[in-house]
Write a new protein. Structure first.
Lengths: 114, 115
């Protein structure tokens, strides 16, 4: 089955700096890669995703890049703010004609200091 | 995206008892899933709740321990049976809008403590 590795497990940055979280996946058939943000006491929130036919996707201060050859994808957050502090999870799935389940990484705790 | 609610939001239960968690969606969805998130850990899929048929369980999870119902396209329940302290976790419901969509959206979770 699919295996997703996520690094780092914790990341501390100063407000205004950039943050990068990296994930690798094992199954070359995976074609959908979402990122979730989980704040304390809340459920995971989908913040951005990318499909395998795209190399990069941006949404304001966040972006995701995908390297299919190397089987890794990354989340980039620019101009970090204290409210970006949360646990971030990457995931991978094989999405075809049926519905496929998500395999999650172990999460990265991002701490943004004012 | 769909608005998902879960009841209860948290509970403290005695060992050996059972708890049923409800997941309600404000619109009809094709796919509903149940996840477990142990303290400080990642999300692990328990099962896919299929409307009108038995749930599909992942390796390591069985129907006797985690019976699931899905009576319609907006509602599902997960029961945690014969609980032990190891069952203390956050239980999360997620939904996929329809069979052609990629995105999954999560509910707020149910925080279960077993004493």
């Amino acid at each position: 089955g699919e295996n997703v590795e996520q690094h780092p497990s914790t990341l501390s940055v100063q407000e205004g700096d950039s943050a990068v979280i990296k994930c690798t996946y094992s199954d070359s058939a995976s074609n959908y890669f979402p990122w979730y943000k989980q704040e304390l006491g809340k459920g995971p929130q989908l913040i951005i995703d990318i499909r395998s036919n795209v190399g990069e996707k941006k949404d304001q201060r966040i972006a995701v890049t995908l390297n299919k050859t190397a089987k890794h994808f990354s989340l980039h957050i620019t101009e970090t703010q204290p409210e970006d502090s949360a646990v971030y999870f990457c995931a991978a799935s094989i999405r075809d004609s049926g519905y496929s389940t998500l395999t999650f990484g172990k999460g990265t705790m991002l701490l943004v200091s004012p | 995206s769909a608005v998902i609610s879960q009841k209860p939001s948290r509970d403290i239960c005695q060992r050996g008892t059972s708890l049923t968690i409800q997941c309600q969606v404000d619109s009809q969805v094709t796919m509903m899933f149940w996840y477990r998130q142990q303290p400080g850990q990642s999300l692990t899929l328990i099962a896919t709740a299929n409307q009108g048929s038995e749930a599909t369980y992942e390796s390591g999870f069985v129907i006797d321990k985690f019976p699931i119902s899905r009576p319609n396209l907006t509602f599902s329940t997960l029961t945690v049976s014969n609980m032990s302290p190891e069952d203390s976790s956050i239980y999360l419901c997620s939904v996929g809008q329809d069979s052609s969509s990629y995105e999954q959206y999560f509910g707020p979770g149910t925080r279960l403590t077993v004493t």
